[in-house]
Structures are given as C-alpha cells and as structure tokens.
Design a protein around this ligand. Structure first.
Ligand code: ZN
Length: 191
C-alpha cells in the first residue's frame, strides 16, 4: 500500500509495573480500530503471562497480538502487511534492533506505539527503552501508586532475592513503589 505523506512517528508509553502502560496501549489501539486503520500489535516471545496470542492488561482487557522472537520480525510483518499503525508491548525485552526498526517504520509513514518498563528492578534503564524514549516524538510516563506510602510510584520493587534482570512475575514478585520507599527498601535489602 501507499502511505500518505507526512504520517509516521514514534510514541512511547513507559512506567513501572502496574502503572497502566498496557491499558493505555490498548486504549490507543482501540481508537485506531474505530478509525478503521490497519493495525498490528507485537510482543516479544519472553512475555508469556496470561496468553500467548493476545496483549492482556492487568484489568484483563485484551486485543490480538503477534508474538515475535526478534525485532526484525516486526519490520517484516508490518511492511508485508501494509500496516498503518503498530503497537509493541513489553518492548524492554526486545533486542536493540528495535531502535532501527522503529525509525525505519516511522520514516516510512507508520505510527509506532511502544509500551514498556522504563527501568528494571534495580532502577536502571531497561534494554532499548531509554533509546526509544530519546528518539520518540511523544513520551508518556504512567505511574502506579506506591504500596508503602500512597505517593506516585515509578519503580518496580522486586520482592524475591533473584538477581536476574528478567524475572517474570506479577504482584507475587513485584510491587510498585515511589523513589523514597524504593531507596529505603534497596538499602534494607543490601544490609
Ligand atoms: Zn512510597
């Protein structure tokens, strides 16, 4: 298909766990559906929570998705399908090739909406997310509520002792916390 001129950009939706990133991605994609634009949603293979075929948010809203094992597959699927708008969930788990893929697609007229964790359980920028945030036209930071003090939470505190960067889990393993509670908890864990 031919893309209209002057379309194509990158949007990033980021934040801690339980901040509503996936809900926001689904909300935007539903509006794309209403507008009758062609769309596709991708997510990396590693994220196996709830369903292998659908992007599902914590409040169980879902929309069909394509599971990919690397960023190059997103480029292939999108160009082959003549897709106008793509959503990517859990982008922090993708390889750094996603940066070039997002640029290429946006340059060719595709609206690219990327959702992912901005930082890992240590508070360090996660995978390709900092680069994607830098090159995006629009960045939205979502916040959860700190379970310790009720302030806005921007960290995903891990409740288990594991040091692995990728440790899939939900409220059994992670809790959203604010900067100050995060620092206190990290210090306590280090003692
Ligand atoms: Zn707090």
């Amino acid at each position: 298909m031919e893309y209209a001129k002057k379309t194509g950009w990158i949007e990033v939706i980021c934040g801690s766990m339980f901040s509503g990133k996936t809900e926001e991605l689904i909300r935007r994609m539903r509006r794309v559906q209403f507008a009758q634009r062609s769309l596709a949603i991708f997510k990396p293979k590693i994220d196996t929570r709830y369903s292998v075929e659908e992007v599902v948010s914590h409040d169980a809203k879902s929309i069909k998705s394509i599971t990919v094992s690397c960023s190059a597959e997103i480029l292939e699927h999108t160009l082959a399908g003549g897709v106008e708008v793509i959503g990517i969930d859990e982008a922090q788990f993708l390889d750094n090739g996603i940066i070039e893929v997002a640029q290429t697609l946006a340059n060719q007229g595709v609206r690219v909406i990327i959702a992912g964790l901005d930082t890992d359980f240590r508070g360090i920028p996660f995978g390709p997310m900092p680069y994607l945030m830098a090159i995006a036209e629009y960045v939205t930071k979502e916040h959860a509520i700190c379970v310790h003090c009720g302030d806005l939470a921007n960290h995903s505190h891990r409740l288990t002792k594991s040091d692995k960067i990728v440790e899939l889990g939900e409220k059994d393993i992670y809790e959203p916390v604010c900067r100050h509670c995060f620092n206190k908890l990290r210090k306590k864990n280090a003692d």
